[in-house]
Design a binder for this molecule. Structure first.
Ligand code: GLA
Length: 395
């Protein structure tokens, strides 16, 4: 198996999805949409505390094609990044209120159909994705936002972009039952090519930060350890952060000035609550500083902040794992690496690193020879957010 992962490209995914649709449903689809995966540069485990985050969209995408048909059934065929094919059906919301239920993957689709602001009639759809799953690069948000955008194309009903991100987040809370923040759905919806997106998760406003460099590459290394956010750890971190804010009588930790950490300590609060709060408060200011450094093309500083973020996620937030720590340690001792950190929810998934272009192949060689697991590399080329591909493919 190759250790390099490249995106198939939207045209290829669209062709695959269209062919599969014709094969399964015997006619051409009429609507199509796509949405990317994402990598978070910095601002980890702070979106649910109303902090700043700085993600970018990836060239890996989910494409959905389909059409209405004349029954009250929604029939979905899904082809995953590893080639596995799944299919499932559920009654359209025109005849029954949608409820979560097995198989678990269909809840991502059902949740979006249930939260779409128009009642959706029965439809057939094919989903094709090359976004790696369980790798901390938002295959779930990519699926949700792609389905939502497909429904916009199908019903010719366009929704405000931030509302769309919030509705997809709500769908994820209520159907798969993952209490995620808003970062993933937001960037997957609003990202722009060649830019990182600085999202203020309190005001829900965002600024595009240009991210082009001749000499620096953003390298992503998948540890190949699969993560699962619906487990108890993610909701626990969220609850600990909310507990810290409540002790300080604040609506969220975003409102906590650094000196308030001393107050928390003086209250003799739970040790874990204090550790989580310390991470969040410092990570929010690291994210703002990273955005400024990126604006000034000060990659050296960005790299230093990456390392600080990783150490904090590993020691204070305790969301890393031995494999991610091992990868960051190897990168730390590699020539030409400016910084590295785990990215996404943690407990597996990927590491993101800033690497001098001329050192890239040496860095990969070192990881291949020293990492105990199976590393998979891809370069993060900041891509566009979700879009309708075509309203009508058959005319
Ligand atoms: C997951 C969640 C996001 C965010 C990250 C951690 O990706 O879906 O909302 O909390 O973890 O930064």
């Amino acid at each position: 198996m190759s250790n390099e992962l490249t995106a198939k490209g939207e045209d290829c995914l669209l062709q695959e999805a269209t062919d599969k649709f014709v094969l399964k449903f015997g006619r051409q689809p009429r609507a199509a949409a796509s949405a990317p995966g994402r990598v978070n540069l910095i601002g980890e485990h702070v979106d649910y505390c109303e902090g700043f985050v700085l993600p970018v969209a990836l060239p890996f995408k989910t494409v959905v094609v389909g059409d209405f048909h004349n029954t009250d059934e929604c029939n979905i065929v899904s082809v995953l990044a590893d080639g596995q094919e799944l299919s499932s059906s559920f009654p359209a919301p025109t005849i029954a209120e949608l409820k979560p239920g097995p198989p678990s993957w269909i809840n991502y689709v059902k949740g979006v159909v249930a939260h779409f602001p128009r009642t959706v009639q029965g439809f057939n759809a094919v989903v094709v994705s090359d976004v790696p799953m369980g790798s901390g690069v938002s295959s779930s948000a990519s699926l949700e936002v792609a389905v939502f955008t497909f429904l916009e194309a199908l019903t010719k009903h366009e929704i405000d972009l931030v509302d769309k991100a919030l509705l997809c987040q709500k769908a994820e809370h209520e159907f798969p039952g993952v209490p995620c923040g808003v970062m993933d759905q937001y960037v997957v919806t609003l990202a722009q090519r060649h830019h990182a997106l600085l999202i203020d998760c309190r005001s829900l406003e965002a600024v595009q930060i240009p991210m082009v460099s001749e000499d620096i590459v953003v390298l992503v290394v998948n540890s190949s350890v699969k993560h699962q956010l619906a487990g108890s750890e993610y909701p626990q971190r969220r609850a600990q952060c909310h507990a810290a804010a409540a002790l300080l009588a604040l609506p969220s930790l975003r409102h906590a000035a650094p000196h308030l950490l001393k107050d928390l300590e003086a209250m003799k609060c739970d040790e874990l609550v204090l550790k989580r709060a310390t991470h969040v408060v410092n990570e929010i200011s690291r994210t703002e500083e990273t955005a400024n450094a990126l604006r000034n093309k000060d990659f050296k500083r960005v790299g230093e902040l990456f390392y600080q973020s990783h150490d904090s996620l590993s020691k204070l937030m305790e969301v890393s794992c031995p494999e991610l720590d091992e990868l960051v340690d190897i990168l730390r001792s590699s020539a030409g690496v400016l910084g590295a950190r785990m990215t996404g929810g943690g407990f597996g998934g990927c590491v993101v690193a800033l690497v001098n272009k001329e050192n890239l192949s040496g860095v990969k060689k070192k990881i291949l020879s020293e990492y105990n697991g199976n590393p998979v590399f891809f370069e993060c080329q900041p891509s566009d957010g979700a879009r309708v591909i075509s309203y009508n493919l058959q005319e």
